[in-house]
Design a protein around this ligand. Structure first.
Ligand code: NAD
Ligand code: 0WE
Length: 256
C-alpha cells in the first residue's frame, strides 16, 4: 500500500509546473493522497487547472489570497464539505515587494516589511488555525523555508527576516498543535529555478555557488523536495515536529 493512502491534503502555492508546491503535490498524489489546491488569483487559476487536470476531473480547486481572512475561511469550509477531514497541508507561499529584494536591508520600508511578514509568515499561523479543526485524526503541516533565515544571503533581505519568523512560528505551532497529533515542520530547500527565483539578479551564479560548495557538489532536484515532503507527511515522521529539515545537498553544514 502507498504511503499516503486514505489521507486528504491541501496545497497552497502552485503557480506553474516549476513550483516547489507542484513537485510536492505530485509526490503526495503518487503515494495515494487525495488533494485540494488553492491558487492566488484568477491570473493563476488556468495554470493550476491545467496541471491538476492530470489528476482527473473532480479535484477541489479554490481561490486563496493568504492575506484575506474571508478567503482562508472559504477554503476550509469547502474542504470540510468535500473531504470531511484533512491530514496534510503544504504551505509554499512567499512574497516581498521586489524593491525590498534589490536594495539594502537597511532601507526596508514599513510597508514592505509588513507585506513580507503577512504573506510569508503570518499566513502559516492562519492556515494552521483553519486546518486544525479538520485534522481530527492528526495531521502534518509542511512549510517551505530558506537558509537566508539564519545567515545573511545578500539581497534576500526582508525575506530572510520573514523566514526566521516562519521557522519560529513552526515551533510554536508544533507546541500548540502537538496534543492533537498535528505535526508542523519546515523544509529548507537549496535554490531551485522557479518563478519566485527567476527574477532574482545573480540567481544563476547562486546555483553555481551551491554546485561548487555543497558537499554533494550539485543542486537539489524538485523531486527530492517531493520525496522529503512525502516523508514528513507520512507516519515514518510521526515523532518529528517543530523541525527545519535541510534539503540542500548539505550546503547548510559548511562554515567555509
Ligand atoms: P513559486 O513562485 O512557484 O511559488 C510561490 C507561490 O506563492 C506562488 O504560487 C504564488 O502564487 C504564491 N503567493 C504569493 N503571494 C501570495 C498570496 N498573497 N496569497 C497566496 N499565494 C501567494 O516559487 P517557489 O520557489 O516554488 O516558492 C515556494 C516556496 O518555496 C516559497 O515559500 C519560497 O520561499 C520557498 N523556497 C524557494 C526556494 C527557491 O530557490 N525557489 C528555495 C527555498 C525555499
Ligand atoms: O524565497 C525565495 C524567493 C521568494 C520571493 C521571490 C520574489 C520575486 C518576485 C519573494 N518575493 C518576491 N517578490 C517578487 O516581486 N527564495 C528562497 C528564492 C530566492 O530569492 C532570493 C534568493 C533566493 C535563493 C532573493 C535574493 C537572494 C537569493
Amino acid at each position: 500500500m502507498s504511503l499516503l493512502t486514505g489521507k486528504f491534503g491541501i496545497v497552497f502555492g502552485v503557480a506553474n509546473k516549476r513550483s516547489i508546491a507542484w513537485a510536492i503535490a505530485q509526490a503526495w498524489h503518487r503515494e495515494g493522497a487525495k488533494l485540494a489546491f488553492t491558487y492566488q488569483g484568477e491570473r493563476l487559476k488556468e495554470n493550476v487547472e491545467e496541471l491538476v487536470g492530470a489528476f482527473g476531473g473532480d479535484t477541489l480547486m479554490l481561490p486563496c489570497d493568504v492575506t484575506k481572512d474571508e478567503e482562508i475561511a472559504g477554503v476550509f469550509k469547502a474542504v470540510g464539505e468535500k473531504f470531511g477531514k484533512l491530514h496534510l497541508l503544504l504551505h509554499s507561499v512567499a512574497f516581498a515587494p521586489k524593491d525590498a529584494l534589490e536594495g539594502e536591508f537597511v532601507n526596508t520600508s514599513r510597508e514592505a516589511f509588513r507585506v513580507a511578514h503577512d504573506v510569508s509568515a503570518y499566513s502559516l499561523v492562519a492556515l494552521a488555525r483553519g486546518a486544525a479543526p479538520l485534522m481530527t485524526e492528526g495531521g502534518s503541516i509542511v512549510a517551505m523555508t530558506y537558509y537566508g533565515s539564519e545567515k545573511v544571503v545578500p539581497h534576500y533581505n526582508v525575506m530572510g527576516v520573514a523566514k526566521a519568523a516562519l521557522e519560529a512560528g513552526t515551533r510554536y505551532l508544533a507546541y500548540d498543535l502537538g496534543p492533537k497529533k498535528i505535526r508542523v515542520n519546515c523544509i529548507s530547500a537549496g535554490p531551485v529555478n522557479t518563478l519566485a527565483a527567476r527574477g532574482i539578479a545573480g540567481f544563476t551564479e547562486m546555483l553555481k555557488h551551491y554546485e561548487a560548495h555543497s558537499p554533494l557538489k550539485r543542486n537539489v532536484l524538485p523531486e527530492e523536495l517531493g520525496a522529503t515532503g512525502t516523508f514528513l507527511a507520512s507516519d515514518g515522521a510521526a515523532a518529528i515536529t517543530g523541525q527545519v529539515i535541510y534539503v540542500d545537498c548539505g550546503y547548510q553544514i559548511m562554515g567555509m
